[in-house]
Design a protein around this ligand. Structure first.
Ligand code: ATP
Ligand code: MG
Length: 574
């Protein structure tokens, strides 16, 4: 993880959070220690925005020789579950972040938090309130109008302690009573108008504490106190919590905790053509618009991983976008640039025909030939592989045009083209079906052109191919933006983000032909299919570890990214 947030030259990035920490260290605040945490709520899978927060928190801890806790903020049991806990752990580890033995749950502190709440009551800083949720909203006031005191605000300490204990004992129904902090109903900051700190949730089973509790602490109360209990020095969160900071500080000051973490806010990552809100991602799954949390079109870490993104690319992406306090939306091209750079360096080259057109080399002998080709044009350490060549090949339909547009350099009737790593061929005859569709090309090859220029003529085009008899058949999935609009949840056209879904975000090609060496690929293996992009074998192609058989006999490859930023061109044309 040492290059988490580092520039390629290895120097530390500077940002306002690092400046604050540097200053704290100079002043020997917290004894010079740096302890951070990543605090996900296990109510969904993590997305790319979380990756930014993870790499920031773990990266700071590492750079300042501190540590970073992984803490599940699990105070909302009916939306949370253990599947999400496990998925989050997997994703954080996959990004290269190690929480060691510092895995925590807010629910680990339920007893301590209950004690804190009783202390607040004893200090006359909290009270049990019987207002309904609706009445409480009315009493709260608005941004321009002060709120009104609850009629239950002046209950005695004894009465509050008794009621609170009975809330814990399960005597009262959900929604009939809450515990509220007693702060200031006239505060200009609505978060300080006697916020609820405990609510009743009877009969829910919590994934960590089971049926032990029917009383659950609210996020704001839990979060700052969990930070304090863990000795967090810098509690880094996104900007929407800025207005909660006074409340965060009020709890810590009123309760006189031994540690007072400093909350620092940074701007969320927003990415064009997608949404990064767990609620909306959940909705996409539940409404069937995507296949699940790890659908390769999803901006989730699981989706990106399945699509073929690498931890190195996500780290580089977070480094490039930096950490600031200003709201912005990052272009998809920035993310794609990072994965392209990484895969260009690390993926072997292969030939794969996605839209096959049969080619018969009429003057080629019946016997096969085997060529050797370099696996990487710039890196010899990738070695070579064998590619069989035979009388019948497949080329891509797009590499032949009967009526070629201007400057077309590929195969045309009577024209020549070079087959990559092999010979120059000429198209002698175009075979069509009764509807006039081209079904096959009859070509002849020039035996003198292997690895050599043809004599006396120029052949400009080079196309890829596979031997029909040796090729493996595969399914290839091509992905496009999930949403057509760059900011689907802020489109300012009165439409819902769902109205901006791109109906062409997934294109499945069911009959593609790949060079035989791709038959040995394992799920997650990555390749550049020459001229087509970077591809990764889908996780569903994992062989069963008992039988050794794959659930699907056919290979499925996901296109991670195209070779060039074709999207930028389309945007310009619009
Ligand atoms: P969502 O809005 O998707 O539900 P959340 O903020 O409720 O996200 P949490 O699980 O509470 O999700 O987030 C854990 C941490 O990740 C928080 O510290 C939060 O500030 C941070 N985080 C969430 N979304 C982003 C984002 N888009 N960019 C950067 N950090 C984020
Ligand atoms: Mg949250």
């Amino acid at each position: 993880m040492s290059d988490t947030e580092h520039s390629e030259s290895g120097s530390r990035p500077s940002n306002f959070i690092r400046n604050i920490i540097d200053e704290d260290i100079r002043n020997n605040k917290n004894g010079g220690r740096v302890v951070t945490r990543f605090p996900p709520e296990p109510n969904g899978y993590l997305h790319i925005g979380h990756a930014k927060s993870i790499l920031l928190n773990f990266g700071l801890a590492e750079d300042y020789n501190g540590h970073c806790n992984l803490r599940f903020d699990d105070t909302n049991p009916h939306k949370e579950n253990i599947e999400f806990v496990e998925a989050i752990k997997k994703d954080v580890a996959w990004l290269g972040c190690d929480w060691g033995d510092r895995l925590f749950f807010s629910s680990d502190y339920f007893d301590a938090l209950y004690e804190f709440a009783m202390q607040l009551i004893k200090k006359k800083k909290a009270y049990v309130c019987d207002l309904s949720a609706e009445a409480m909203r009315e009493y709260r006031g608005t941004l321009t109008e002060a709120g009104k005191d609850s009629p239950f605000r002046n209950r005695t300490v004894e009465e509050n302690l008794d009621l609170f204990a009975r809330m814990k004992a399960g005597e009262f129904e959900d929604g009939t009573k809450v515990l509220r902090a007693k702060i200031d109903m006239a505060s200009p900051n609505i978060n300080l108008r006697d916020p609820t700190i405990y609510r009743i949730r009877r009969g829910v089973i919590h994934h960590q504490t089971g049926a032990e509790w029917c009383l659950y602490p609210m996020y704001d109360f839990t979060h700052c106190l969990s930070d304090a209990l863990e000795g967090i020095t810098h509690s880094i969160c996104t900007l929407e919590f800025e207005d909660h900071r006074p409340l965060y500080d009020w709890f810590l000051d009123t309760l006189e905790t031994s540690c007072h973490p400093q909350q620092i806010e940074f701007s969320r990552l927003n990415l064009e053509h997608t949404v990064t809100s767990k609620r909306k991602l959940t909705e996409l799954i539940e409404s069937g618009h995507v296949a699940g949390w790890d659908d390769p079109r999803m901006p989730t870490i699981a989706g990106l991983r399945r699509r073929g993104y690498t931890p190195a690319a996500l780290r580089e992406f977070c480094r490039r976008i930096g950490v600031t306090k200003s709201d912005n939306v990052i272009e998809m091209g920035v993310l794609e640039g990072c994965i392209r750079d990484d895969l260009n360096k690390h993926s072997p080259r292969r030939m794969a025909v996605l839209n096959p057109l049969k080619v018969v080399i009429t003057n080629f002998p019946e016997d096969d030939e085997v060529f050797e080709a370099a696996n990487h044009p710039q890196d010899e350490t990738f070695g070579v592989r064998k590619i069989p060549f035979s009388r019948e090949l497949y080329i891509d339909r797009a590499d032949f045009e009967e009526v070629p547009p201007k400057k077309y350099k590929r195969l045309i009737p009577g024209g020549e083209v070079r087959l990559r790593n092999a010979y120059v061929i000429r198209c002698d005859e175009v075979v069509k079906d009764s509807d006039g569709n081209v079904v096959e090309l009859h070509c002849s090859y020039d035996a003198d052109t292997r690895g050599k220029k043809p004599e006396g003529r120029k052949v400009k085009g080079v196309i890829h191919w596979v031997s029909a008899r040796h090729a493996i058949e595969a399914e290839v999935r091509l992905y496009d933006r999930l949403f057509n609009h760059p900011t689907p949840d802020n489109s300012k056209d009165g439409l819902s983000y769902l109205d901006h879904l791109n109906p062409g975000s997934l294109r499945t090609l069911t009959r593609c032909y790949l060079e035989p060496s791709l038959g040995d690929a394992s799920p997650g293996d990555q390749f550049q299919f020459e001229r087509e992009g970077y591809f990764s074998l889908d996780s569903s192609c994992q062989p069963d570890h008992q039988t050794g058989e794959r659930a699907r006999s056919k290979s499925i490859f996901n296109r991670t990214v195209t070779l060039r930023d074709t999207w930028a061109k389309i945007e310009k044309k619009r």
